[in-house]
Structures are given as structure tokens and as C-alpha cells.
Design a binder for this molecule. Structure first.
Ligand SMILES: Nc1ncnc2c1ncn2[C@@H]1O[C@H](COP(=O)(O)OP(=O)(O)OP(=O)(O)O)[C@@H](O)[C@H]1O
Length: 621
């Protein structure tokens, strides 16, 4: 069949961008050396073994064809001799040789497949680890950028399919070598057969690469939607969401959205694969025509007595194999080029660099121990990526060493943002934060984070055993049971753990077998325990007691002052019973400083704090 629309016209890609040129496709191949280096680093032994076996295997087809030619010619020679003078031994020896080669070829093929799969598994594992390690180094605000997520998503999808690319590249080299061997015989017979071969195969190659590029751009352009599909699939069926999905009757809403998106993708993809199948059939017919033309030519040469019957089978066999190999090489070439396009995404992700990191060119300032002066906010302002509004602005105050400071402000006032700036999850957009007189940026962020213990209000409910869940506050102490038990006692988590069937070894959370879920307040006690696991000089608790009952909250704060003696602490809370225990209270509103002072001072002042305090007290009367 010959489809009607012009095949080679440069059409816009399904994602709206113009189609990639052949040059762009070739230029993606520049990623291959780095990719091969990664494979080599995965396991030099397996890589060498793989290449060695493939080299051996590359020589076998031509050897087998040649032995087959010898066998045929020997048989024809025998058939011309009188029946009693026929010596079968040479023919049988050749057959035994052919048999040996066939067994060897099979064994080598299996060896290659085995090494491919072992190397592929190792590569996928190591890449996943590198991916996690790299993601962990990046800045928080990179995670808040959706194009970053698309990159991460594409890189994540790459890890497995890249192992396919590896065997494709290696097979490519193997087949090229086999082709070289076969070509020697064919060229010796008639070089024009090689030309005929190319004419038969090149259109199919161009067709393949065209469709590969289009399917790459379809998949690439659809990354955000595919992320949404994954999200919908997960939201529609997961233990975290089941409660609200049921109560609000969201199932149809979610499945409808899923259906709309997936139907749209299906329709676009279907159009592409149908076209691809049509053109594929057409090009295969062109290839077959080339092969049969060559076949007829060789037969005529045999009939004319120019070549023997054995040579006829060798040449026809060589030509057929070469067509298969060349077709394979060319179509794999476009698959490799496509894989290399995906590699671009993969390497792009690894090229993303965090902005918040130690400046290697500057000598690092040692972190003060103990902190002497504390933290000074100098006209600090912060704007989230893509946000028009300033989350914080013109913030000036001094958090003194050893001080317990409470942050008070309405929802969205900027309290959590301040904490994120203190722990350098973000850097200020304007102004600076000084620690003992020097910009926070001069310290090593890793050291800073070691010296700061933060428990966020949206702390993570790790699906881990209870003991480890506490130990995440200082993971290198995960085997130090007395230390974990002490932190649990300080945060009141000990009574929660005492009720668990397997105590500290009890898996919590429902995701895994045998897991036991906890109440909101019980989880919070575990999270609070993480703060006590740390030997931090600055402890920050962002609404640490919001889910605790009144008695537990009272007890937690009775201990808090004792447990943080000599340390600097920042507390965020909406409960004034908690807030009033702090040495000083900082009130912020719409990201701006309003007032600072002790509970008594601020009450006496009769400002915003006094107003909020009275409002809450009235609620309790
Ligand atoms: N990741 C983010 N991207 C963009 N804007 C953000 C982000 N996080 C917070 N904001 C915005 O910054 C402002 C301050 O938020 P922040 O979380 O610091 O408030 P908060 O005082 O801790 O509030 P709450 O009492 O509700 O916890 C809010 O207007 C919020 O909408």
C-alpha cells in the first residue's frame, strides 16, 4: 500500500513543535558515549564479557553459511560419482561442524541475553539510586516547579527503558560486524548487490526514524498529562485518599477526568500507530522486491554456470541475511536515535544543580558551637517562585541565642516561610539572615541543617517501624535503642509505642503488611520525638501540638522548657496557652513585622497580640 499524504513533508509534531530534523536526531547521538560510560561504570566485567560474546557471535553466521555451501557442493560432487565410490566421511564431518556451530551460536546467544539482563538490572538499580541521590540534593523550590517534575518524571521513566537502549547499541555493533563479514563475500561476487541492498532497505529506515521521532514527541509532549493520569490513578485508589473519595463521592469525577485524558491520548497514538503500520507494510514490500531481484540475478548466474549450487545458496543466504541485518541496523538506528533523544531528558535532569549549596571556591565558615549572638533578620523579604505576592517583606529582628521565640500570625502570615528561610530550604529574595554576624549563606548548608532540628506541621508519616520513625530525626542513631526510647519518653510517644503489638518494631502506617495506623495526635508525638533525637542547637517546632489533646499539650510544654534549656527554639502555634510560655513572641501579619515582646509586655501594649489573645480567651469563656 502507498498511503496518500506526503510522507517526508515536515509536519508539526503532535506537541505542536516543528518536527526534529535529521541533524537534530543525529545530534542526540552525542549522548551515547556518556551513556556507554555509565554502563561501563555499572560493571566493567559484565560489559567486557558481553562485548566479547557478541564479537564471537558476530562471526558465526558467515561461518555457518560457508559450511553450508561446502556441504552442498560436496553432495553435488558425490552425486556425480559412481555409487560405490562415494565417500561420505567429508560430508558428515562438515555436517558435524555445522551442528557444532549451531550449538555454539545458540549458547552464545543465551550468554549474551543473560549478560544483557544482569547488566540491565544492575544499571537500572544504580540509576534509580543516582536519581534519588540527585533529587535529594536539589532545592525545595525546584520541586515546586512543574517543569522540574516533568523532567524528573521523564528521567524516572528512563531508568528501565535505558537498559533496552544498552542492548540495542551493543546489538548494533554486533550486527555491523556480522554484516562486514557477509559483505566481503557479496562484494567479491558482485559489488552491485550491495547497492541493491541499500536501495531496498533505506526507505524503510527513513520511515522508521520518522515515526520514532513522532512517537517520541507525542510521549514527550504528553508528560504533564501522563503525570496527571498517574495522579488520578493514585488518588482514585489509595489508602490515603479512600476516605474523602468515598465521603465526597469523588470516584466518578476522578474516573471521568481519567477517561477524558486517556481517550485523547489513545486517539492520538492510534492515528500514529495505524499510519506506521501502513507505511511499514509498504516499505517491507519494497525491501522484498529488492531481495527477489537479487535472487533472480544469482539464480541466472548459477544457471549460466558462473557459480556453483553451493555458492548460489551462500550468496542467496548472505543476501537474505544481510537484508535482515541491514534492516535491523537501520531501524534500530532510529530506535537508538530515539533512545538518545530520551537520554537528553535523562542527562538534563542530572544537569540540574541546586542553588543552595556550599560555595566550593570560598573557604567554609565553621558553624559556631555554641551559637553566641543568634540569628539576625536584616530587611528579609521572600517571594515564592512564580508568586506575585511577597510571602515576607521588610523583616527585621534578632533571634537571640538561647531564646525561646514564638511566632504568631494568622493563616498565611508567613510563619512557616520564616522557618524555611532559617533552615535554608530557601534563601531570602532580598535582605539577609546573619548567624553570629555572618550571612547564613557562608556556612555549609549541610552543617547548618545538622545544627537545626525542624518539625514541620505537615511532617511526614513514614511507613516505617515505630523506632525508625523516631530515629529519622537522627538516622545514624537508628540502632541506638536507649537513645530512641529516651526521645520517645520526652515527646510522650513512649505511651503510644507501649500500646503497639510489636512495640518499637511495629510497622506503622497502613501501606505495608501488618502495619498499624495511629491517630493524628499519636503521629504528632512520634514526630515530636524526632526533634528530641537531634542534637540541634536550634529547635523549630511548627505547630507541634495542634493535634494533641489539652492534657498532652500541657505536658509537652512542661517538658519543653527543660529539654531545650540552653538551646534556641522557635515555636509556631495558634494556641496562646502554648505561645505564652515563650520568652518573646513575634507577631507577623501579611508577611510583615507587627510587634515583638513577652506575653506580658504585649498584653500591656494592647496591640494586635492583645487583641488576638482576648479573641481566643473569649472563645473559652
Ligand atoms: N510553596 C509555596 N509556593 C507559593 N506560595 C506559597 C508557598 N508556600 C506558602 N505560600 C504562600 O506564602 C504565604 C505564607 O505562607 P506560610 O506557609 O509561611 O504561612 P503560615 O503563616 O505558616 O500559615 P499557617 O498558619 O496557615 O500555617 C501564604 O500566602 C502562602 O499562600
Amino acid at each position: 500500500m502507498a498511503p496518500s499524504d506526503s510522507f517526508f513533508a515536515k509536519k508539526p509534531r503532535p506537541d505542536g513543535k516543528p518536527a526534529l530534523s535529521v541533524r537534530e536526531r543525529f545530534s542526540a547521538l552525542k549522548n551515547l558515549p556518556a551513556f556507554l560510560r555509565l554502563i561501563w561504570q555499572t560493571s566493567p566485567v559484565l560489559t567486557l564479557g558481553n562485548v566479547g560474546l557478541r564479537l564471537l557471535r558476530a562471526a558465526l553466521p558467515v561461518a555457518m553459511l560457508y559450511v553450508a555451501q561446502l556441504i552442498l557442493d560436496a553432495i553435488i560432487g558425490l552425486s556425480k560419482q559412481p555409487a560405490d565410490a562415494r565417500e561420505l566421511t567429508p560430508v558428515l564431518t562438515l555436517v558435524a561442524l555445522e551442528f557444532g556451530l549451531a550449538i555454539l551460536s545458540d549458547a552464545l546467544g543465551r550468554g549474551v541475553a543473560l549478560l544483557d539482563s544482569l547488566l540491565g538490572d544492575l544499571f537500572a538499580n544504580q540509576t534509580s539510586i543516582r536519581l534519588m541521590e540527585h533529587a535529594a540534593e536539589l532545592d525545595l523550590d525546584q520541586f515546586e516547579d512543574s517543569t522540574f517534575y516533568d523532567k524528573l518524571e521523564r528521567a524516572r521513566r528512563q531508568t528501565l527503558s535505558r537498559t533496552v537502549l544498552m542492548s540495542q547499541v551493543l546489538s548494533q555493533a554486533q550486527d555491523a560486524i556480522t554484516m562486514g563479514f557477509l559483505a566481503v563475500g557479496l562484494v567479491a561476487f558482485n559489488p552491485w548487490l550491495l547497492v541493491l541492498l541499500l536501495v531496498a532497505v533505506v526507505p524503510a529506515f527513513l520511515g522508521e526514524s520518522h515515526f520514532n521521532e513522532r512517537s517520541y514527541s507525542l510521549v514527550h509532549g504528553w508528560t504533564p498529562e501522563r503525570r496527571e493520569l498517574d495522579y488520578l490513578r493514585q488518588t482514585g485508589a489509595s489508602d490515603d485518599t479512600a476516605k474523602e473519595v468515598k465521603i465526597f463521592g469523588l470516584s466518578t469525577f476522578l474516573t471521568d477526568r481519567f477517561r477524558t485524558l486517556s481517550d485523547d491520548f489513545y486517539a492520538k497514538n492510534k492515528a500514529l500507530v495505524v499510519k506506521r503500520a501502513g507505511w511499514g507494510t509498504f516499505f517491507a514490500a519494497v525491501g522484498a522486491a529488492g531481495y527477489y531481484a537479487a535472487y533472480v540475478y544469482i539464480i541466472m548466474q548459477a544457471v549460466a554456470g558462473v557459480v556453483s549450487i553451493g555458492q548460489l545458496t551462500f550468496l542467496a543466504g548472505s543476501f537474505a541475511r544481510m537484508r535482515g541485518l541491514l534492516e535491523g541496523i537501520l531501524s534500530r538506528f532510529s530506535a537508538v536515535a530515539e533512545g538518545a533523544l530520551y537520554l537528553q531528558d535523562f542527562f538534563d535532569f542530572f544537569r540540574l544543580q541546586p542553588r543552595i549549596r556550599r560555595d566550593e571556591s570560598q573557604p567554609v565558615r565553621p558553624f559556631p558551637n555554641p551559637i553566641r549572638e543568634g540569628f539576625v533578620f536584616e530587611n528579609v523579604g521572600f517571594q515564592y517562585r512564580n508568586a506575585e505576592k511577597w510571602a515576607l517583606r521588610h523583616l527585621n529582628f534578632h533571634l537571640k541565642a538561647g531564646e525561646k521565640l514564638a511566632l504568631v500570625g494568622e493563616n498565611g502570615a508567613g510563619k512557616t516561610t520564616m522557618v524555611k528561610l532559617l533552615s535554608r530550604l530557601y534563601d531570602p529574595t532580598e535582605g539577609r539572615i546573619l548567624l553570629d554576624g555572618y550571612d547564613l549563606r557562608e556556612y555549609d548548608p549541610r552543617e547548618l541543617r545538622q545544627e537545626i532540628g525542624v518539625i514541620f506541621q505537615d511532617f511526614v508519616r513514614f511507613q516505617l517501624p515505630a523506632g525508625q520513625n523516631l530515629a529519622v530525626g537522627r538516622i545514624e542513631q537508628q540502632h541506638n535503642r536507649p537513645r530512641i526510647e529516651q526521645a520517645a519518653a520526652q515527646s510522650l510517644a513512649d505511651s503510644v509505642i507501649a500500646k503497639l503489638p510489636a512495640g518499637y518494631d511495629q510497622m506503622i502506617g497502613r501501606r505495608f503488611n501488618g502495619g498499624v495506623d495511629l491517630s493524628g495526635g499519636e503521629w504528632q508525638k512520634i514526630a515530636l520525638g524526632r526533634a528530641y533525637m537531634r542534637d540541634a542547637q536550634l529547635l523549630i517546632l511548627d505547630e507541634p501540638t495542634a493535634a494533641l489533646d489539652a492534657r498532652a499539650e500541657y505536658e509537652v510544654f512542661q517538658r519543653f522548657n527543660d529539654l531545650t534549656r540552653g538551646k534556641t527554639a522557635v515555636l509556631i502555634s495558634h494556641r496562646f496557652s502554648t505561645v505564652r510560655m515563650a520568652d518573646r513572641i513575634l507577631v507577623i501579619e501579611n508577611g510583615q513585622f507587627v510587634e515583638i515582646g513577652s506575653h506580658e509586655e504585649l498584653l500591656a501594649k494592647g496591640g494586635r497580640y492583645a487583641e488576638l489573645f482576648k479573641l481566643q480567651a473569649a472563645g473559652y469563656r
